[in-house]
Design a protein around this ligand. Structure first.
Ligand code: FES
Length: 121
């Protein structure tokens, strides 16, 4: 697959300049909500809805490399989507963030889960 073909699948979520390190951005594509994070100069995209319930992770609290859900204070690693604190046990879907012309873009079909989703002991 060449780069030009791959780039045709990319869809913009928001402007990179809108994403502050402590302030994730919620972006909608169709009826799917995504949370966009800026961490140490890198951008990350996860599903916005917590896997434990209705919490919007874009409304949560960034704590170093983790996002804390505003509903029950479960946490996930922003980089991998892995749950890091109870009551969350199921990993988030994540997407590779591409910066194109100042926009954060993803391939919506690429969403994936990493690892087994278990909370480390
Ligand atoms: S809804 Fe997120 S921790 Fe419960």
């Amino acid at each position: 697959m060449n780069t030009a073909a791959a780039s045709h699948r990319l869809v913009a979520l928001c402007a990179a300049s809108d994403v502050e390190p402590d302030t994730p951005v919620r972006a909608l594509l169709g009826n799917v909500a995504y949370a966009v994070f800026s961490l140490n100069g890198q951008f990350y995209v996860t599903q916005d809805q917590c896997t434990h319930g209705p919490g919007s992770l874009a409304d949560g609290f960034v704590m170093d490399t983790e996002i804390e859900c505003p509903f029950h204070q479960g946490r996930f690693d922003i980089r991998t989507g892995q749950p890091t604190a109870a009551p969350c046990t199921e990993a988030l879907r994540i997407w590779t963030a591409h910066v194109v012309d100042g926009q954060i873009c993803i391939d919506p079909a690429e969403g994936r889960c990493v690892g087994n989703g278990s909370v480390p002991a």
